[in-house]
Design a protein. Structure first.
Length: 115
């Protein structure tokens, strides 16, 4: 199934290309090779696009949304995209961990040396 226009915009964005190139570069530098890991990067990028769409929805509709159940009940409820974004972020972090990718600590950020 082909992605819709919003999804395609993210999948074809410069940011997408930069992130996937960076992840693949980090895998290469770590000596992590194989199709399994490339597939995990692809999964990560799918989640990245999903997270971006969730962020768009939250920004557009807010953290609460109007509902009308058709039976005369109307009101506001939480935007399910907020909870889904949290779950997607958690899964993205798990994939990075599985890939062995961690943030690079800069020289000036290490407070342990001053004890």
């Amino acid at each position: 199934m082909a992605p819709n226009a919003k999804t395609r915009n993210y999948l074809e964005s410069e940011e997408y290309k930069e992130i996937i190139d960076d992840l693949l570069d980090q895998l290469e530098r770590n000596g992590t090779t194989g199709q399994y890991y490339i597939d995990l990067v692809s999964d990560y990028m799918d989640l990245w696009a999903t997270k971006s769409l969730l962020v768009d929805d939250i920004q557009q509709r807010g953290v609460t949304v109007l509902y009308n159940n058709g039976g005369g009940q109307k009101g506001r409820k939480k935007n399910d995209s907020v909870e889904q974004r949290i779950k997607v972020n958690a899964q993205m972090l798990k994939l990075l961990s599985e890939l062995g990718i961690k943030p690079v600590q800069l020289d000036g950020d290490d407070d342990d040396d001053e004890m």
